[in-house]
Ligand binder design. Structure first.
Ligand SMILES: Cc1ncc(COP(=O)(O)O)c(C=O)c1O
Length: 501
């Protein structure tokens, strides 16, 4: 939204050299240069002639004349009631990006199955803005000093109560540090572990590659630990020599499996054996459909587990709030790490989140979006079964992503590239693998995230993927897309055995 400036318009930096004469010409030259150099952007409002004349100590006529000249040249435009603005279309001579620099126009994205976003259209902005207003009205004046690096006591009480209630955790406010999202909490925790002498950290393979980069940045050596149908392989973790591990037990990213009950127990035993630390990424835990919720590992072993939470999936990444729930021997060091780095997580937003959760509006929002995701998941299942056959999707019991197993011999990269050329973005599972990202060594599969993909887009996206896997051709018309796929066609380059879809 454009800023509604007062009658005088915004301030503007212009410096005139009184010894050089021709003040009006200097003013014109400077405004022209500012517009051509994009210091003043299209549509930006200029100060009123009266105000600019006062500020520069020149007659109003000098400014009027300069504006009129630039209006005539097409640099400026003016309309009754909205003052003088930089013209929306660039004046002749204004620099334009050369076509060769800009490259060809990218194909519009119609469907984006890439991992990471919740349904942005469902973000409860009205409830959030109400909570922000309420926070500004009610926050104690003393809290505006923002003195505690661990964050708002109120929010720490609220998130730990929430974690105990919904995730079967057992942390209290004193165990919590408020951060600006999971990744910031992870960064602080990794820094503390590195300083405490931890050298190696186990990371799920496949898993988000960014975590590998964050571990290296903290001075740790990431060790890939395989994930199977029961989650992280604890025997392999044990054999790795690592004393810390980061994992997504509730809904593994990206395979979607949950850490099995005996693995959970074994993981805690491992942590005791090596005097180790488990970093639990609780992402996706709130969205479960067909199975009983799995409690947080933090509730099982509070002295060994650091639970990292975030509202990036439950509300929106842009809200940038999260928390670290840590054992007593780590919590103060994590808060200190935060104090020395940036003290992020704006205090009024922390208060707003506390009020949103306390009022029940957060839970209400989760109940609503859970149904949105369940409906999307059901559409995904139906479409994939029609297009690819039954049993190809896994990791669907919770969360907002699933894995689509491609027919044997298909190339993830070729399918993703062909789909992108048709406006459908998707990542291959191998792009999440440590070390051999992008190779086709493992059974080919795609990660389909549907959190921010509408039902109609899911239908379109799956049809494009099926078409691409079968070897290209044209989209089927919408009214016939439910027809049984033609299994007889061969698919050179993408499929070795076209009869597998
Ligand atoms: C596995 C995983 N956990 C957690 C998050 C949330 O991170 P943040 O809170 O920093 O947005 C993400 C974000 O994409 C993620 O991929």
């Amino acid at each position: 939204m454009a800023v509604a400036w007062g009658r005088d318009g915004p301030d503007l930096l212009v410096t005139l050299d009184r010894g050089a004469g021709g003040l009006g010409v200097q003013l014109q030259d400077q405004l022209r240069a500012a517009i051509r150099g994009r210091r003043l952007g299209a549509g930006e409002r200029l100060p009123s002639t009266r105000r600019l004349a006062e500020r520069l100590g020149v007659s109003r006529g000098t400014v009027v004349e300069a504006y009129e000249q630039l209006l005539a040249e097409g640099y400026l435009e003016s309309a009754a009631g909205s003052g003088t603005r930089v013209a929306a279309t660039p004046a002749p001579g204004s620099p334009r990006p050369a076509r060769s620099e800009a490259g060809p126009l990218p194909r519009p994205v119609e469907v984006d199955f890439r991992y990471g976003l919740p349904d942005l259209a469902s973000v409860p902005l009205t409830a959030w803005s109400r909570a922000v207003a309420e926070a500004a009205r009610t926050v104690p004046t003393a809290d505006l000093g923002d003195e505690d690096p661990a964050g708002s006591r109120h929010l720490r009480e609220v998130v730990t109560a929430y974690h105990r209630r919904v995730r079967a955790g057992c942390a209290v406010a004193g165990d919590a540090v408020v951060v600006s999202g999971f990744r910031q909490g992870l960064t602080f925790t990794l820094a503390v572990l590195a300083r405490r002498g931890v050298r190696h950290i186990g990371l799920e393979d496949p898993g988000p590659r960014e975590h590998e980069a964050l571990a290296r940045r903290a001075g740790l050596v990431p060790v890939p630990v395989p994930v199977d149908d029961d989650g992280l392989d604890v025997d392999r973790l044990r054999a790795s020599g690592a004393r810390a591990v980061l994992l997504t037990p509730a809904h593994q990213c990206p395979t979607g499996v949950a850490l099995g009950p005996s693995r959970r127990r074994d993981l805690v035993t491992w942590a005791e054996e090596v005097d180790g630390v488990v970093l639990e990424d609780d992402y996706d835990a709130e969205f479960r459909y067909d199975r009983q919720p799995v409690g947080s590992l933090q509730g099982l072993a509070p002295n060994r587990v650091v639970a990292l939470g975030s509202v990036s999936k439950t509300l929106a990444p842009a809200i940038r709030l999260g928390w670290v729930l840590a054992p007593p021997h780590l919590v103060a060091a994590i808060a200190e790490e935060k104090r020395l780095s940036c003290r992020d997580a704006p205090r009024l937003d922390q208060e707003a989140l506390a009020l949103l959760v306390e009022s029940g509006r957060f839970d209400r929002h989760l109940r609503r979006v859970r149904e949105v995701y369940r409906a999307r998941r059901d559409v995904l299942v139906a479409e994939v079964e029609h297009a690819f056959g039954v049993g190809r999707l896994t990791g669907l019991a919770a969360g907002c992503h699933a894995v689509l197993r491609l027919p044997e011999g298909a190339s993830e990269r070729a399918v993703a590239a062909a789909a992108a050329a048709r406006g459908v973005l998707v990542d291959g599972l191998s792009s999440y693998r440590c070390g051999d990202a992008g190779t086709d060594e493992h059974p080919p599969a795609l990660v389909l995230a549907f959190g921010n993909v509408r039902e109609q887009q899911i239908r379109r996206g799956v049809r494009v993927l099926a078409d691409v896997v079968r070897g290209g051709g044209h989209d089927r018309p919408a009214q016939t897309h439910r027809a049984v796929p033609d299994r007889s066609r061969t698919a050179p380059g993408l499929l070795c055995r076209a009869d597998r879809i």
